[in-house]
Design a protein around this ligand. Structure first.
Ligand code: SF4
Ligand code: SF4
Length: 470
């Protein structure tokens, strides 16, 4: 029985409710009156229910209006800034049997690796030398090779490394579902967002795709964000691996998950990720019958943007330059750049025979090329990590997004951190276009006081000082 406030996965992601929603969407896909009503509601920028979003997804009417609205919402809440991050793979040992991931324990064709603290140091320096300030830690699930103590020690190592002007200021963590006690330890270690993809919300398919290992337990996995938030981690990141099951089922499940967290904790997820299944050692996306086309993928992004306007949205280097460009305007607020999806792949390019990438990177450009590209498209690449360092997490953060106050500090912080990047890491061409964007964008900081202070910070950065933030 569907109950958004229930603590049980099968009740807040009720299968029957999803089927009824999809049926309702099919019946109403040509109901112009209802469609317009939903679009008008979305124009209030307060989001949509999973049922309303499902109708828009199913319908082929008003696709242009939906895109336009997504663009407006993106512009209103996120402005021009695009936050940059990089994944850091610590270990590819894994006890699970996920059929779509080359790290599954039965795969004997990849070299298993786990980084020592010294190797992590080298990786972090390589990332800092590119200009990264924000990481997402990734690791397979293995209580022997990567227990929570290893993760905690690695986080400590990462935060402690200061190389030249480099620093990793926010470590987001993407590790397997774990206990409330372990989430408390992660909170204590100062993580940014705890990220865990649901993969698919369809229980039966989930169990088939995860035939063995602790991840097989759908309920434990689906209820993990509740444990993380109860443990005090305010910022959680959800996501679906599009292509594993029907995208409409999974989009409805994803929005129900967000509604559940909002109903129980008073605020929803901090971010939504939208990965699509990709080729990797032993994984061919063609073997998965639910592949999502580029057009559908863009529509999914637009609908998430209008359904949960206050939630950041992330796209990785799984997507090519053209797709990334298209979805940036529709709602994406964070992208990875110059990613290595191998263990130890930043300090040393991995040998072909190691074959240890978790998935194929499609966008292979350097960070400088990506920053230059974003600038040319009119965006402000941002290396900002300010919010959680200023205690702006959870409902405090959401309130600032909802009342528009975040625009002041986001714009200012993005210009400050872009300036640091330009002074410390950028090539000549990027530097020139970045300086121009900074001077053009200053006037869009709404508060004159913050604008003035930002100008002073920019000057201080030129004088060699670093790490200013609002
Ligand atoms: Fe392990 Fe995660 Fe890959 Fe599954 S998806 S095999 S849990 S690393
Ligand atoms: Fe993100 Fe906060 Fe920085 Fe804006 S100010 S980019 S919301 S960390």
């Amino acid at each position: 029985m569907y109950n958004a406030r229930s603590s049980k996965a099968v009740e807040f992601i009720d299968h029957r409710e999803i089927l009824d929603t999809l049926e309702y969407a099919r019946k109403n896909k040509d109901n112009r009156e209802l469609l317009l009503q939903i679009i008008n509601k979305a124009k209030e920028y307060k989001g949509l229910s999973h049922r309303e979003a499902a109708v828009l997804l199913e319908s082929q009417e008003y696709n242009l209006q939906i895109e336009e609205l997504a663009k407006q919402i993106k512009e209103k809440f996120y402005g021009k800034r695009i936050v940059m991050f990089a994944p850091l793979y610590l270990s590819n040992y894994c006890v699970n049997g996920c059929t779509y991931c080359p790290y599954h324990f039965k795969n004997e064709n990849i070299r298993r690796k786990k980084l020592s603290q010294e190797e992590i140091r080298r990786e972090v320096i390589a990332l800092q030398d590119m200009g990264h300030k924000r990481l997402a830690l990734e690791t397979g699930e293995d209580p022997v090779n990567s227990p929570i103590e290893y993760i905690l020690e690695s986080i400590k190592t990462i935060y402690s490394i200061k190389h030249k002007n480099g620093a990793i200021r926010r470590v987001n963590v993407n590790i397997a579902a774990t206990s409330t006690e372990n989430y408390e330890k992660l909170k204590e270690a100062g993580i940014g967002t705890y990220i865990l993809f649901q993969e698919t919300y369809h229980k039966e398919s989930y169990e088939k795709l995860h035939p063995t290992g602790p991840k097989h337990d759908y309920n434990y996995h689906t209820e993990s964000m509740d444990r993380a938030m109860s443990a005090g981690i305010d910022d959680v990141g959800v996501g679906v691996l599009f292509g594993l099951y029907s995208y409409s089922y999974d989009l409805v499940g994803l929005l129900m998950h967000a509604e559940h967290l909002e109903a129980v904790f008073g605020f929803g997820p901090h971010t939504v990720s939208v990965p699509r299944i990709r080729r990797a050692a032993g994984v061919n996306p063609k073997d998965f019958e639910h592949a999502v086309s580029d057009d559908v993928f863009s529509k999914i992004v637009a609908i998430i943007r209008i359904a949960v306007p206050y939630t950041g949205m992330i796209v990785s280097t799984r997507e090519d330059e053209q797709t990334r460009e298209r979805v940036l305007s529709l709602g994406i607020s964070q992208i990875s750049g110059a990613s290595s999806t191998s263990v130890g792949g930043y300090a040393e390019k991995e040998k072909a025979e190691d074959n240890s990438a978790q998935f194929e990177v499609i966008d292979n450009r350097s960070l400088d090329e990506i920053v230059g590209w974003l600038l040319r498209l009119g965006y402000v690449p941002s290396f900002c990590t300010a919010c959680y360092r200023q205690g702006r997490t959870g409902d405090r953060f959401m309130t600032m997004v909802k009342n528009g106050q975040i625009a002041n500090i986001c714009q200012a912080n993005s210009l400050i951190t872009l300036k640091e990047y330009l002074n410390d890491y950028a090539g000549e061409a990027t530097k020139a276009s970045g300086e121009k964007v900074i001077s053009d964008q200053l006037e869009y900081i709404p508060s004159p006081k913050i604008r003035e202070k930002t100008e002073a910070f920019l000057q201080q950065i030129n004088n060699g000082e670093r790490d200013f933030r609002f």
